[in-house]
Design a protein around this ligand. Structure first.
Ligand code: DOR
Ligand code: ZN
Length: 358
């Protein structure tokens, strides 16, 4: 498909129109939380791709399809892409059945995060699943952090993504036809890895709006009128890194490279489960996603590259058509509410300069 700039109508400093965006990495949870979270996550987006880390996780095609059937009634026109979790127990039969049922994606949690308390200690146990995914054309979506070094020693959070790069190299060398998305990348090193390996094969990365905006001090040195302190609502995995890493992500997202596309990793947790000792990782950004992206791209002087990143490159990687519908953003400040139901919003109480036109 030829990417045209024609859809960016009335492009000026006050208002512009892009195709409806897609969020190719998000969490809509389960139980009581699901209907409202699914609705707000789907609102104004063409596709959402939903992660399988529920309790218990979705590990087979029938489980993923049942999850789809739970979510879909709440998403209006928005199409939902579901995934299965790849484990050392994932067999060829599981992958073949999932693909036959229409599941496009297998998610591998290498790192430690919500509902993934352990973290993997080597990639080889996952090889039967990866081999089958390569054979049946299933996309591997990977949480690329290594929590342990080869001697089994724990690696500190700030170094976990960089420590995963040798494993990423091993995966792409051993499975030359596997399509791989490295999820929510956070380092300049990972940007380089993607750029260096995506020219002749299907390798891509998602980048969140919040990692394009924040560094580690969004958690540790959060500034308010009363000074600097910690902000548990900005805690997520992978944690945001240094300003130069964030700048590398902005470079990657705003330069029209199809190997980088949008996934919010919007990850709601009840406020009290974040404002406590051992608070959960996850930023709930569903209410502010495209508006935050508009601010980031505007600041980089690259608003004309937003449509590719947010609306076109992701669907193309997944083999689905970018939306023909559009949304219009206007320069009109609004204040982010503190909570959505009992979940604290990303950027709670802050003013955002762009608004989606009703
Ligand atoms: O911060 C995160 N929260 N990172 C993840 O990888 C998972 C997510 C969640 O499910 O809460
Ligand atoms: Zn996630």
């Amino acid at each position: 498909m030829v990417i045209s700039r024609r859809t960016i109508k009335n492009f000026n400093k006050m208002e512009f129109t892009i195709r409806k965006p897609s969020d190719l990495h998000t969490h809509v949870r389960q139980g009581e939380m699901l209907p409202e979270i699914a609705r707000i996550t789907a609102f104004r987006f063409a596709y959402i791709e939903v992660m399988p880390n529920t309790t218990p996780s979705k590990q087979t095609g029938p489980e993923a399809i049942a999850y789809y059937n739970e979510i879909r009634p709440h998403t209006g026109d928005t199409e939902v892409i579901v995934s299965i979790k790849i484990t050392p127990e994932t067999t060829e039969e599981i992958v073949e059945e999932a693909v036959r049922l229409g599941v496009k994606v297998g998610k591998l949690y290498f790192g430690i995060t919500t509902n993934e308390a352990e973290g993997a200690r080597g990639i080889e146990p996952f090889y039967p699943g990866l081999r089958a995914m390569e054979k049946y054309g299933m996309i591997l979506s990977v949480h690329g952090e290594a929590a342990y070094d080869p001697d089994g020693k724990k690696i500190i959070n700030l170094r976990r993504e960089a420590a995963f790069i040798p494993i990423a190299e091993q995966i792409i060398a051993d499975f030359p036809h596997l399509k791989v998305i490295f999820e929510h990348i956070t380092t300049g090193a990972m940007v380089n890895f993607i750029v260096n390996n995506s020219s002749n094969r299907s390798i891509a990365a998602t980048i969140t709006d919040h990692h394009l905006r924040d560094d580690i001090d969004s958690i540790l040195g959060f500034v308010t009128a009363s000074g600097e302190g910690i902000n548990p609502h900005n805690y997520r995995k992978p944690i945001p890194k240094f300003p130069e890493d964030r700048d590398a992500l902005v470079w990657a997202a705003t330069n029209g490279l199809p190997c980088f596309f949008y996934g919010s990793d919007s990850a709601p947790h009840a406020t009290e489960t974040k404002e406590c000792c051992c608070g959960k990782p996850g930023v709930f950004s569903a209410m502010t996603r495209i508006e935050t992206l508009a601010e980031v791209f505007e600041k980089a002087g690259k608003l004309n590259k937003l449509e590719g990143f947010a609306s076109i490159f992701g669907p193309l990687f997944y083999g689905v058509s970018p939306s023909r519908e559009t949304i219009t953003l206007v320069k009109e400040p609004w204040q982010v509410p503190v909570e959505f139901n009992n979940v604290t919003n990303y950027r709670q109480g802050e003013e955002i300069s762009w608004r989606v036109k009703e």
